[in-house]
Design a protein. Structure first.
Length: 170
């Protein structure tokens, strides 16, 4: 099935379930040289008058290099049937395995100069607007620093404009 573009206003899902429970794959690069990773931290909303996605990437994640070197990245949402692939992409680095895509049973698909996941039900094409490394001195609730960053490997936060929403066609 091919992807078709829809208006973002036509979306009807709970972002807390979609991101926090179903998870998403964050991908960047070209079809020939790309990586993807599972993410379950992020948000959707309005920033600077634009529909925006916020994602968080730890410094050791291989996908971060692709996001940092690209203007665009994608967020792909997959059906529950792909839970094993999501688990795999969250547990193994593209640096450590020969072909992460193949081992996960997934395929990159070219989308507007970047890549998404061909098996996805929905893909957001995102253009970076801002990024910032999280800093320990900025925690207003210090218990979150202690709980989530025992190794002091603070996420980089990326705020991106959602430029396009693609869904699988009928």
């Amino acid at each position: 099935m091919e992807f078709k573009e829809i208006k973002i206003e036509d979306l009807s899902f709970n972002p807390f379930n979609k991101i926090g429970k179903q998870w998403m794959l964050l991908s960047a690069g070209t079809e020939e040289n790309c990586n993807t990773m599972t993410a379950s931290w992020g948000g959707l909303g309005i920033m600077w008058g634009k529909q925006a996605a916020t994602v968080y990437i730890r410094p050791q994640r291989y996908t971060k290099e692709f996001v940092d070197n690209s203007e665009l990245f994608t967020i792909s949402f997959l059906a529950e049937d792909y839970r094993k692939a999501l688990n795999f992409c969250g547990s193994f680095s593209g640096r450590e395995v020969k072909d992460k895509w193949e081992m996960a049973g997934l395929h990159p698909v070219a989308v507007d100069g970047t890549v998404g996941v061909d098996e996805a039900e929905m893909i957001f094409v995102c253009k970076k607007m801002y990024h910032q490394e999280m800093k320990p001195e900025c925690f207003d609730a210090p218990e979150n620093d202690a709980k989530w960053y025992p190794d002091k490997d603070y996420h980089t936060m990326y705020i991106a404009e959602i430029q396009k929403v693609l869904v699988k066609g009928e």
